[in-house]
Design a protein around this ligand. Structure first.
Ligand SMILES: CC(C)(COP(=O)(O)OP(=O)(O)OC[C@H]1O[C@@H](n2cnc3c(N)ncnc32)[C@H](O)[C@@H]1OP(=O)(O)O)[C@@H](O)C(=O)NCCC(=O)NCCS
Length: 162
């Protein structure tokens, strides 16, 4: 999969300039796991452990700035659909377009490889993330009852045609 496609104009790894500092996007390696777990703990009420990510390194994109891991995106390809499973940006790097760059990179490369749509679930109460996905063109497409625990909550299903 080429994550350089469609943005940044270069070869993989994908690069963008943010605040005059270059950000790289690439597929994860085992060495990225501590940074991912650290962001995970700062971002979710029920953080996932290293083992979950360890099994999915090839479906895990990371964004790095000056060699620091600042965000990640876990996805899954199912037929001609791409499923966004988890995305988080380190709190100190939010609202700088980092997660936008990660998702745009994934959607562009998936589209080039024949995917026709993308979908995701998000907690109904997670208004900032819903705004974030709307900013990328995702629209509400249904609900999944009691999809989340701790606390128990429905998921809003969102989708986007590629
Ligand atoms: C949601 C999240 C991934 C966004 O990451 P980010 O790198 O800050 O996002 P971006 O800077 O690329 O935001 C792009 C656009 O999304 C929207 N957006 C992002 N965060 C927002 C917020 N807190 N409130 C409202 N809109 C928001 C804005 O339109 C933003 O553009 P702008 O900054 O020019 O207004 C980040 O807040 C996060 O890690 N949250 C905790 C984990 C989580 O809830 N993940 C999603 C569910 S899996």
């Amino acid at each position: 999969m080429n994550f350089g496609a469609g943005r940044g104009g270069g070869d993989s790894p994908f690069c963008v300039i943010i605040l005059c500092v270059k950000m790289n996007i690439r597929i994860s390696t085992k060495e990225d796991l501590p940074g991912i777990v650290q962001i995970e703990k700062k971002s979710f009420s029920v953080p996932w452990g290293k083992e979950i990510f360890e099994e999915k390194l090839n479906s895990l994109l990371v964004a790095l700035m000056q060699e620091n891991l600042i965000a990640y995106l876990l996805f899954e390809k199912v037929s001609d659909e791409v499923h966004i499973i988890r995305v988080a940006t380190h709190p100190e790097y939010r609202r700088q377009g980092v997660a936008n760059a990660l998702i745009s990179s994934l959607l562009n490369s998936s589209k080039n490889e024949g995917a026709s749509s993308a979908y995701l679930e998000v907690r109904e109460s997670n208004a900032p993330s819903i705004r974030f996905y709307e900013s990328l063109g995702f629209e509400a497409a249904g609900k999944r009852k009691s999809y989340y625990s701790e606390p128990d909550e429905d998921a809003l299903l969102m989708s986007k045609k590629l």
